[in-house]
Design a protein around this ligand. Structure first.
Ligand code: FES
Length: 522
């Protein structure tokens, strides 16, 4: 049995909009230095997103010496690509949480998220941060009768653990729904305005930020640790890893999480926008919320989620999202589009804390499942409390080395799927020959080349790039993502740019470069 898997799909650049997020486009680029000195701090935070910056600020304010490093610019990764809903209503999660953690555990999850919203609101108020923070109701809505029954079950589940939800028949969405679960007093904001202000506050209090500084590994150093970076080592008593996928993975998180990608369009619409923040439970789900802008509010419509590396034509997903939006709203323009990557754990609760009992001074925070605006704050609170020796009622729930028998099926299903993908892509699939193929700018694919396989893509200057398509994490075969012009791994979600450089872990090494003796025809 063999199947062809070479795909050459049109690049996404013919779509309207710019491949930059609203948040990045409306805030200045940061310019913190790269690591330029021998450094020893009480706590080093690796990853300058919401979890990392909030943790660093809390520890600095508690009297510790701290530093944050980021391998690119701070707040430019997943936190710069969020839809920035600050809510405890995470789709229809509470029925599943009760199954895995009982009512007490699900109640702690709700309590942690509700507390994170209030803590964020208090920080915005106390520091006077101008970040368009506003309160809004969150809704999870149904569009079919069977979904409505699941919504009713979710209302019962959430009510049973004390979350003040209620069922509504109607919403302010301009299209028919079959009811929704509503939770009031949630919030939304401009995440970069909020976090860049926190970064200024943090450095004003003595905290250090180093950008373009990549962590390569961690080793013990006396009672603390030493983090090796591409700019030199940093010694710290405590290390906090808040990279989206932990660059340091002693607990095999790649077997206990999957990575997913989803897409966002920022639209101008010709009539008043719906109030509140919405997410549907259809497959694929859709997310809707507005944001205040000069010249009128803008509407964010997100969705089309898929496991990383599993979509054959990602450009089509932007088009599907655009169709969804145009069918339901009077869209006058598409101002931005972007995509993002999130991690989901097998039991839906993030991993926050020490990764194994042997790593007492190293902390990780991952698996936020797209709900990073609250879980980033929760991670900061749990990790800060632990480092400062304070009790935290949520730490057992989020403990990274927990095991829930009820999530075992999800664990085995996920890893069986990885094994099948590995076999299919590496052993069973055959690929077309590169010779004679026309590869347009923005296109790419995996081809057979000199009895071997090569990932070949053409950039927008017309230059062909060839890499080994074998993922440097565990050897699966990467696929071409034509919307983002990247190589994505279907096994554990690593991503590489068109030249093979790592964008997303768990891979740490770039794809091996290949030389092209014969340039295919244009
Ligand atoms: Fe694990 Fe590619 S991410 S094999």
């Amino acid at each position: 049995m063999s199947e062809h898997h070479t795909t050459l799909t049109e690049p996404v650049r013919d779509l309207p909009g710019r491949p930059v997020t609203l948040w990045l486009d409306t805030t200045p680029e940061t310019d913190y230095p790269a690591l330029d000195r021998d450094l020893k701090v009480d706590t080093l935070v690796v990853g300058g997103g919401i979890a990392g910056l909030t943790t660093a600020l809390m520890l600095q304010q508690a009297g510790m010496t701290t530093a944050v490093i980021d391998f690119r610019r701070i707040v430019s990764g997943v936190t710069g690509h969020t839809t920035a809903k600050i809510t405890s209503l995470h789709g229809i999660v509470y029925q599943t949480l009760i199954t895995h953690f009982g009512r007490e555990g699900a109640g702690l999850y709700a309590e942690a998220n509700q507390t994170a919203i209030e803590k964020t609101a208090a920080l915005v108020e106390k520091e006077g941060i101008d970040c368009e923070f506003s309160r809004a109701s969150a809704y999870t809505y149904a569009v079919t009768d069977s979904q409505a029954r699941r919504i009713e079950e979710e209302v019962k589940a959430a009510e049973s653990i004390g979350l003040p939800v209620f069922y509504v028949q109607e919403t302010s969405l301009p299209f028919p729904t079959r009811g929704a679960v509503c939770l009031r007093d949630q919030a939304k904001f401009h995440p970069r305005k909020y976090l860049l202000a926190l970064a200024v506050k943090y450095t004003g209090e003595g905290g250090l930020i180093f950008e373009n500084t990549r962590a390569l590994g961690v080793r013990r150093n006396g009672a603390g640790s030493e983090v090796m970076t591409d700019r030199g080592p940093i010694r710290a008593r405590h290390v906090v890893v808040t990279t989206n996928f932990p660059f340091f993975d002693p607990a095999f998180f790649f077997t206990r999480m999957y990575q997913k990608r989803s897409y966002v369009l920022a639209l101008r619409v010709n009539y008043p926008l719906p109030e509140g923040m919405y997410i549907s439970i259809e497959e694929p789900f859709h997310s809707i919320r507005s944001h205040p802008m000069e010249g009128g509010d803008i509407l964010l419509v997100g969705g089309q989620m898929h496991k990383t590396g599993h979509a054959r034509n990602t450009a089509e997903l932007y088009k599907s999202l655009e169709s969804f939006a145009r069918d339901r709203f009077a869209v006058s323009s598409i101002d931005y589009r972007w995509s993002t990557q999130d991690n989901v754990t097998t039991d839906l609760v993030p991993y926050i804390g020490v990764p194994t009992p042997m790593h007492k001074n190293i902390y990780i925070a991952t698996g936020f499942a797209g709900w990073g605006m609250t879980h980033g704050m929760i991670a900061a609170m749990i990790i800060t409390d632990d480092i400062l020796g304070r009790r935290n009622d949520w730490s057992a729930l989020y403990n990274p080395f927990r095991f829930k028998p009820s999530s075992a099926y999800s664990f085995f299903e996920q890893n069986l799927h990885v094994a099948k993908t590995f076999v299919r892509e590496r052993i069973v699939s055959s690929h077309e020959k590169l010779e004679g193929r026309r590869i347009a700018p923005g296109q790419g694919g995996v081809f057979s080349l000199d009895h071997d396989k090569a990932g070949v893509a053409r950039d927008h200057d017309g230059v062909l790039h060839a890499v080994s398509p074998v993922c440097t994490h565990m050897g699966c075969m990467v696929t071409w993502n034509n919307a983002e012009e990247s190589w994505d791994c279907p096994c554990h979600g690593s991503r590489f740019d068109s030249d093979g450089k790592v964008i997303h872990a768990p891979a740490k090494k770039d794809l091996e470069k290949k030389s092209l003796k014969d340039t295919p025809s244009e």
